[in-house]
Ligand binder design. Structure first.
Ligand SMILES: NC(=O)c1ccc[n+]([C@@H]2O[C@H](COP(=O)([O-])OP(=O)(O)OC[C@H]3O[C@@H](n4cnc5c(N)ncnc54)[C@H](OP(=O)(O)O)[C@@H]3O)[C@@H](O)[C@H]2O)c1
Length: 174
């Protein structure tokens, strides 16, 4: 049975979460709001909501371990985590890497992130393949604008499908 975990999948990445639900037997989604999660639950029969605040490291650790015990090893993690929770990603990585199987982490980063520095500072477990997706902007009629949620999700889906180590959605340089 295949299992994907997406953090932030009930927000701007919800179309990516729906796509994951078409590709994996089970998709676990971390978020706090039941209302936001209901969109995914209504669309897909294989969404497992994990209602928690990822600032609570202990809650996050226990929930990941329980989810692996109940549903099975995780093949893919897609992580959009705000910088206000600096311990969340390592907690997720430590929890998932305790499993036997290999897994892939797709780290979603904002346009101001320094990908090289982030990669250097992350300790990637042996059974994990790490890749980064950076969200940029779009140039249109000589002006720039932020990516729409649909563009963000489409880019993330492409990055996952193409298994690129580094993928930029839109552009980061003018
Ligand atoms: N181009 C760029 O660089 C770039 C980058 C980022 C964002 N943006 C734009 O900015 C907008 C807003 O960004 P956003 O991050 O607020 O997007 P969002 O994806 O709409 O919201 C964040 C997601 O993470 C979850 N989340 C947030 N805090 C959490 C916590 N403490 N614990 C558990 N889950 C949590 C939210 O669910 P809950 O609220 O239910 O917890 C939601 O699913 C986006 O729509 C996008 O257009 C642009």
């Amino acid at each position: 049975m295949s299992h994907a975990l997406i953090i932030g999948g009930s927000g701007m990445l919800k179309e990516a979460a729906v796509w994951l639900a078409s590709q994996y037997d089970d998709v676990t989604v971390i978020g706090r709001s039941k209302k936001k999660m209901d969109f995914l639950i209504d669309q897909c029969r294989n969404i497992n909501p994990l209602y928690l605040d990822y600032h609570d490291t202990n809650d996050l650790k226990l929930a990941i371990e329980e989810q692996i015990r109940e549903i099975g090893d995780i093949d893919l993690v897609v992580a959009w985590v705000h910088s206000t929770a600096p311990d969340a990603l390592s907690t997720i990585m430590n929890g998932v890497s305790k499993q036997k199987n290999n897994w892939h982490l797709v780290h979603i980063l904002g346009s101001r992130s320094n990908l090289e520095t982030i990669k250097k500072n992350i300790s990637v477990p042996e059974n994990c393949t790490y890749s980064q997706v950076q969200l940029g902007f779009v140039r249109e009629n000589d002006q720039t604008r932020w990516l729409t949620n649909t563009e963000i999700s489409s880019g993330v889906i492409k990055a996952i499908s193409q298994k690129e180590a580094k993928y930029i959605v839109g552009m980061t340089e003018p």
